[in-house]
Design a protein around this ligand. Structure first.
Ligand code: AMP
Length: 298
């Protein structure tokens, strides 16, 4: 495994690898996993998928300042380079790209990638500018690495929808591969931010997965359950946890993120339904979701 901090070194190294493969008459398949580090088993699952599908795996670790709002946790975002390197090695990563902020954003920068509409709702509404930061950095990283496939967790379902749209709209030659959410045994979705939680908040945070499981069950099993009805129950469950402060709870179609009429029965929905929540525990904001494939029963 090699660790590179400069864009030109990543490009040079990948060029040499591609050239060597081409000389043997094969096209080198590159898999890419962009992260902000403080790696856990959720990240590991992305790396494993990338390892299975590709000849070479590139992992980037970069806490991207432009996707954080002024009052968010950029400065205190957890970092542990030694642990990250050990996990990357264990998962068979070939190249770790670990750029500095100056390397990614030599001043002054004047260009942003901005995906409209899909970024208006959910986390886009409560974190203004967040997705412009995400698409800008992911666009830059995809240009630098030029992978065949890039792996993203369904944990950030809106991010998957937004990045997929960007790749389509900008004719980027890469396949976006969504990967399922990895959870702790008790249901809490793994997140680098879980480390912020006090033991009491950690316990309270189980309301995320619990309320989503209930909502899923209602949508699948309760004949007349409407979108509004499921949402009402979801909010009620979250609000029954005193340590939880609701940011949003929404049901939308996926990946269009189109809103659904409250009067629609969940069972009538056709295609994928996204049930997404964001909840604060103290100063820690956590997100979780479930995506259901519905049959459009009349
Ligand atoms: P982050 O380092 O939090 O920016 O996450 C990097 C990638 O890992 C993103 O595509 C996330 O969606 C994904 N990821 C984070 N947590 C999980 C999880 N619990 N399960 C699956 N993927 C995850």
């Amino acid at each position: 495994m090699i660790v590179l901090t400069e864009i030109k070194d990543v490009r040079e190294h990948l060029r040499a690898e591609r050239f060597a493969a081409a000389k043997e008459g094969r096209e080198l398949q590159i898999g890419f996993v962009p992260t902000m580090g403080y790696l856990h088993e959720g990240h590991a699952s992305l790396l494993r998928s990338a390892r299975m599908d590709n000849d070479l795996v590139v992992l980037s670790i970069f806490v991207n300042p432009i996707q954080f709002g002024p009052n968010e946790d950029f400065d205190r975002y957890p970092r542990d380079s030694d642990k990250d390197m050990a996990l990357a090695k264990r998962e068979g990563v070939d190249i770790v790209f670990l750029p500095s902020v100056d390397e990614m954003y030599p001043q002054p920068t004047k260009t942003r990638i901005l995906v409209s509409e899909l970024t208006d709702h959910l986390c886009g509404a409560t974190r203004p500018g967040h997705f412009d930061g995400v698409t800008t950095v992911v666009g830059k990283l995809l240009h630098i690495v030029a992978p065949h496939r890039a792996y993203f967790g369904q944990k950030d379902a809106q991010q998957v929808a937004v990045v997929t749209q960007m790749v389509i709209d900008l004719n980027m030659d890469v396949e976006i591969v969504p990967c399922p959410i990895v959870r702790e045994e008790d249901g809490l979705a793994l997140s680098s931010r879980n480390v912020y939680l006090t033991p009491e908040e950690r316990q309270a945070a189980l309301v995320l997965s619990r309320s989503l499981r209930q909502a899923e069950q209602m949508a699948r099993e309760r004949e007349g359950a409407t979108v509004a009805h499921i949402l009402q129950e979801l909010v009620r469950t979250i609000e029954s946890e005193p340590a939880a402060s609701l940011d949003y709870a929404e049901i939308r179609s996926f990946p269009s993120l189109a809103s659904l009429p409250g009067s629609m029965r969940a069972k009538e929905a056709e295609g994928k339904l996204l049930i997404a929540i964001a909840v604060k525990f103290g100063t820690t904001r956590l997100i979780d979701n479930v995506i259901l494939t519905m049959e459009g029963e009349k």
